[in-house]
Design a protein around this ligand. Sequence first.
Ligand SMILES: *Cc1c(COP(=O)(O)O)cnc(C)c1O
Length: 387
Amino acid sequence: MLPEQKLVDLIKKIYSRVDTNIGYPVCQYPNIAGFGEWYAKTGLCDIAINNVGNPFDDEQFILNSTAIEKEVIESFAPLYGVPKGKEWGFVTNSGTDGNMHGIYFGAKKLQKETGMLPIVYISKEAHYSASRICDVQNLETRMIDFDKNGSMDVEDLRKNLVPSRPALIVVAIGSTFMGAVDNLQEINKVLEEVKPVGVYKHVDGALIGGYLPFTKYKDLVNMEKQGFDSIAISGHKFFGVDEPSGLFISTKEVIEAQTAAKVEYLNNDMPLISCSRNGLTPLKFYWIMKYVGFDNLKKEAEALLENTEYLQKRFDELNYPAWHMKYSNTVFFKRPAEWIRKKYALANGFIPFYGGELSHIVVMQHVKKNIIDEFIDDLIKSLEESK
Ligand SMILES: *Cc1c(COP(=O)(O)O)cnc(C)c1O
């Protein structure tokens, strides 16, 4: 069947590494069992579907799945505390794509309201995509220190805030290395005291924003309770879509504050940066909603946090320096031997608060107790080798 030995070799390599790939937050066994078969059987695999424009605009273009895309946003939005009827959003190409639009929409909304572009405030522990996006959009950026918990240092934010300019805050709900959460209540307090001329808050919830709504920490990503304007979540992380994808969830107020590009051949309504979007991805989100369901996602979320505690416990039994934030599925620890880092594709970090050189494991759905035990056995072996 396969045209080339190279592809055969590639598949072998992928299979041999899938279970021990535990350093990065990809759900290695997607939540869309049966989708591939359905896709082939219906013949949909022989047709290109392409989504362009605003999925909440009823003027539909041909051969798309924007009606399902809209339904996906309407179904997920309540998980993030968006009042019914106020939700707006779309299925993105990735978490980065969601951040790109959050920062873009925020900057444009603030510019419309105040006549000025904002200064963007980002924690140094936030994912690099936020500052890269500001670079691309040529926005003035201030990188804010983080504290021992990996959260934005609100005193440093206070020092940096410029009241005469609108403020766009990128809120990390799940920072890259430590899995830390910026404290929105504290940030809100500082904003109320300093009173910048305009405020927009975009949440980067790419990883943990996926499972938090299904846990007792759900309020952390609740728009009404925390007062943010938009949130980006990756689809291939917790939700278990099999390709880079994501959700951008916001409100009609945000989209109505945009000046849509007047593109005649797209019915004059083009609020998004990118033109084409994958028309298949909304169907995969829909599949997850209907055939996995939010009840099962809740079980998956609980299992993640339970396995995270288990990994932490195994480290603690060895007296091996390791930490995690209580709402996070990322455990970071003293950097182990190189062969371990290679075998488990561990990601590295450098955090002076915790002794400098560290690595981390992200406990996704496939990181079950057997993999954790295998990892700990290897760690013990490596510690004995180095004696
Ligand atoms: C993964 C991640 C991103 C990037 O998302 P992609 O879907 O890989 O583009 C951004 N921020 C955080 C916190 C992440 O974990």
